[in-house]
Design a protein around this ligand. Sequence first.
Ligand SMILES: [Zn+2]
Length: 168
Amino acid sequence: MEETDALKWTRRFMSIAEHIATWSRDPSTKVGAVIVGCGAASKKVIGMGFNGFPRGVDDLPGRYDHRPTKYAMIVHSEANAILDARGHDTTGGCLITTKFPCSSCAKLIIQAGLLSVISPSVDPTNAGDQRWMEDYQISLLMFMEAGLSAYALTESGLVAHNFEAAKI
Ligand SMILES: [Zn+2]
C-alpha cells in the first residue's frame, strides 16, 4: 500500500531523530527528538535535541557510569528539543522521539502545547523499556487526559501503543 505523504514525512523526521540520537555522549542510552510545527510548519523542524548534560558541564565518562549522577545531570532529548524550539510556536506541533517519553518530559511536552507524540513501540519484555514501564504508564495517562495523541511508528504505520495508561 502506498504510504500517505504525512506518514512519509513522519518517517523522515524519525530518521532525523535517530541520527541526532547518535550525537549523545551517554554510552548506554542515546535518544533523539525533533519537534515539527503545526499546519503550514508541519514539514519544518523547529527544535531538536539529544540526551546529554547541560551546555558547559563536563561530559566525564565516570558521570555517565554513575547512575545517580547521570540522572541528576542529564537533560533528556525531548526537554532539549523543547528548549531548542524557543522563539518558535510549538503550539499544536508534534514531537518525534526515538524513545517513549518519561513522565518528566511528558509534562514539558504538554506544557509546550504540543498535540502529538510519535515514538517507536514500547516493548515491555525489553529490559530497557521494562525499567521505565511504570513511568511510561503515567506519561500515557497524562497524554490522554491532556488530549494529546501518542502513537507508535511501526512498519505498518502509526498505531496505538500496546501498553495501558496508569489508572491513578
Ligand atoms: Zn524524559
